[in-house]
Design a binder for this molecule. Structure first.
Ligand code: ZN
Length: 187
């Protein structure tokens, strides 16, 4: 489930439908409001003190409890808010992914693509780094004129490689990306 607000989605349901579905109170309509005997376990309500307002909020004028649909289900069933929200979402067929706006869905897909690209670049950079280390070791082992040439070439780029390693070790993603992009231009 993405960073979408499940509580917000559940709140869009009609609280009357939710209460009837779980049979937690016998609702009676009074104008635009609904009333019932308070369904909260700690309140032995003899008169209908529990009121549902047109905006979907509820309040018990006997025990003073109030909230939205998720609060109510959580309190009546004595479960955590997130458990209540998930249960309602599941029972009412809310498929959170499908309710994402196209813009949000697009953003999530884009972020995933960017992350994949970054990982690919990092892997490539790590590969090159280990190749570099291997080359240095091989050159050291071989010695001679070729070693001298290879080292000369490496020495020219030494500062840059140092900079690159420093950037890659930095935790800041932007700095990592800057280094990777400069590295791509170089090779
Ligand atoms: Zn009450």
């Amino acid at each position: 489930m993405h960073a979408v607000n499940i509580f917000g989605l559940v709140k869009q349901l009609n609280i009357v439908d939710v209460i009837n579905h779980y049979k937690i109170a016998e609702l009676k309509q009074r104008g635009r409001r609904w009333v019932a005997r308070c369904p909260l376990p700690h309140h032995d309500d003899h008169s209908p003190s529990f009121v549902i307002f047109p905006d979907g909020k509820w309040k018990c004028f006997g025990c003073g409890e109030h909230g939205d649909v998720t609060d109510l289900i959580a309190k009546v069933l004595n479960i955590k808010l997130i458990e209540a929200a998930r249960m309602i979402a599941r029972d009412f067929g809310i498929e959170v992914d499908k309710l994402l706006s196209p813009a949000v869905r697009h953003k999530i897909i884009q972020q995933a693509a960017q992350e994949a690209k970054k990982r690919e670049k990092l892997e490539k950079a790590h590969e090159t780094m280990s190749l570099l280390v291997r080359t240095i070791n091989n050159t050291l082992a071989a010695g001679g004129y070729q070693a001298h040439c290879d080292f000369a070439e490496l020495a020219i780029k030494a500062d840059y490689y140092e900079y690159l390693i420093e950037c890659l070790l930095n935790k800041n993603t932007q700095i990592q990306m800057m280094a990777l992009n400069s590295y791509e231009r170089l090779i």
